[in-house]
Design a protein around this ligand. Structure first.
Ligand code: MSP
Length: 513
């Protein structure tokens, strides 16, 4: 039996509502998960929330609430957005779940037994918004190197995890693997970071300073550092140290999707934590770039957050998904602007895909009583001129984590189908009685083309692809294992096709800013 494809998102801090950056990560993961399901794999897709630590404690206090009460109120904001965006996750984990806490404590006890944890004094500079300790050397003009805000000097008794003991092993592991850190430039970045000696990681906070965290086993005075706690979700979510059979079924994770800002946690701390407890490495840590506005990362604290709900209301969920997946190559930063979104909407979705559907459905209504005529199926239409089979191309691009190019390959088929209409001119064939068969073949094959395209689009634009398939009286759930299977005809002559509303109505000029 093959192992299920296990894909994770980072756990989102609950101190603010999700914005476009969070939506992006989850849309990417959802698309990969849906793709794997489409090709017949069992999938386990996990997302969730990171609820401990100073940030959340402070946000709760600002509202006069207990942190858990505050987190309980924020979690539905995330779940609501995931539902709106069509995110089909299998499990939602919260770091306040009791199972997660148990696993964190099990891991800590194990690390203590192995001698990888020691008690020491920590002096450092702490940035509260980033939850990060910095050494003097790391500070930039005395400020936090990430957010450039004020830092506080602190010295306290804490527990430390021996990262340094594993540095050599980690460097060798990363160097030897072409798949562990993707894309390649991020691998080089991490190797660059590892050229300097690794400092051991302070993994607790004194309870007198911060009580909102998981109890450190065996100490009344400490709670676990939020990052150490949160990373463990990837194994606690599949019951590490609790249910061996379940853990073995899912682990190792196939993809940990993360933003480039949290790559170090996932490509340095996390593998060392796993190595220390003797757990296999995840297959790939995949770092995507940032959505920026006026050159700065979109973030709630910078006050430039873009609300995904508003954009979905205006353009539709699929247009939003399409834009994020198509506009930038996974790994690079993308400048967000609503104008660009509107442009993509009009050119790719309304003019290419929406128009293709409209033309095919309208011609079927006009020339064949709204029915799929009897036709001679020509599978080569799928290969759109000299292109390869679009299923094969999509598979390859998805395997190399490139949904933008996968979408481009699918869109090419749509463009070619629109061109085919211009070349074949069904309206002229319809005038000539002797061309009836030819007309039926052209229309039948165009319908096949859009049906196949829709199946391929299911992971990317689930709502729109589902709509087209339903209008063609086809199922919306498919398993396509290879290109041969993909090439099979999908439609039956005689079925009635519903034209329906415009898939991507023209944008109201006034609505678009
Ligand atoms: N809680 C930690 C992750 C713990 S994982 C064990 C965290 N949370 S976060 O809410 O601040 O960020 C979560 C993810 O959102 C990160 O991967 C981050 O890169 C991503 N994004 C936040 N803003 C972003 C953009 N503007 N653009 C793209 N993604 C960005 O970090």
């Amino acid at each position: 039996m093959t192992k299920p494809f296990y894909i994770t998102t980072p756990l989102y801090y609950v101190n603010a509502k999700p914005h476009i950056g969070h939506a992006y990560t989850n849309i990417l993961c959802d698309t990969f998960a849906r793709w794997r399901r489409l090709i017949g794999e069992e999938v386990f897709f996990m997302t969730g929330t990171d609820e401990h630590g100073t940030k959340i404690d402070k946000a709760a206090r600002d509202q006069g609430k207990a942190p858990k009460v505050y987190a309980d109120e924020m979690v539905p904001e995330f779940k609501k957005l995931w539902e709106l965006l069509g995110i089909q996750y299998d499990y939602f984990i919260r770091t306040t779940d009791s199972n997660h806490k148990t696993v964190v404590q099990n891991v800590l006890r194990d690390l203590e037994k192995k001698g990888d944890i020691y008690k020491g004094k920590y002096t450092g500079w702490y940035c509260t918004p980033c939850e990060s300790f910095w050494t003097r050397l790391q500070l930039l003009e005395g400020k936090c190197p990430d957010c450039k805000r004020e830092v506080q000097e602190l010295s306290e008794d804490n527990y430390f995890f021996k990262l340094s003991k594993y540095q050599k092993w980690l460097i060798e592991y990363i160097e030897a693997s072409s798949t562990f850190i993707r894309p390649e430039i991020r691998k080089n970045e991490i190797l660059g970071f590892l050229r300097e000696p690794l400092e051991d990681l302070c993994i607790t906070r004194p309870r007198i300073r911060l009580a909102w965290g998981i109890d450190y086993p065996g100490s009344k005075d400490h709670v676990v550092y939020v990052w150490f706690d949160a990373l463990i979700n990837y194994i606690s979510g599949v019951d590490y140290s609790v249910d061996d059979k379940k853990f073995k079924k899912y682990w190792p994770a196939d993809v940990h999707m993360v933003g480039k800002d949290i790559l170090r946690h996932h490509a340095v701390y996390w593998p060392i934590m796993l190595k220390a407890v003797g757990v296999e490495m995840p297959k790939t840590v995949l770092a995507h770039g940032w959505w920026t506005m006026s050159g700065a990362k979109v973030s709630k604290s910078r006050g430039n957050a873009v609300d995904p709900i508003e954009l979905c209301k205006k353009y539709g969920v699929d247009a939003f998904r399409y834009f994020l997946l198509r506009e930038v190559t996974l790994g690079l930063d993308g400048a967000f602007s609503e104008d660009l979104l509107a442009e993509r909407y009009t050119s790719d979705l309304a003019n290419d895909l929406g128009n293709l559907w409209f033309r095919i459905a309208a011609m079927l209504q006009k020339y064949t009583e709204g029915k799929i005529p009897a036709y001679q199926y020509e599978p080569e239409i799928l290969k759109a001129s000299h292109e390869l089979n679009p299923f094969k191309r999509t598979s390859e691009f998805m395997a190399s984590h490139d949904p933008a190019r996968a979408l481009n390959a699918i869109l090419n088929v749509i463009v070619l189908a629109n061109q085919k209409i211009e070349i074949e001119k069904p309206w002229e064939l319809a005038k000539d009685k002797t061309k009836k068969e030819k007309l039926a073949n052209v229309l039948g094959n165009l319908a096949e083309q859009i049906a196949h395209v829709s199946v391929l689009l299911l992971p990317f634009l689930p709502e729109t692809a589902g709509k087209i398939l339903r209008r063609l009286k086809l199922p919306t759930e498919w398993i396509i294992k290879d290109e041969k299977e993909f090439e099979k005809p999908l439609l039956k002559a005689g079925i009635s096709v519903e034209k329906g509303d415009a898939l991507f109505p023209r944008l109201d000029e006034e609505k678009v800013s």
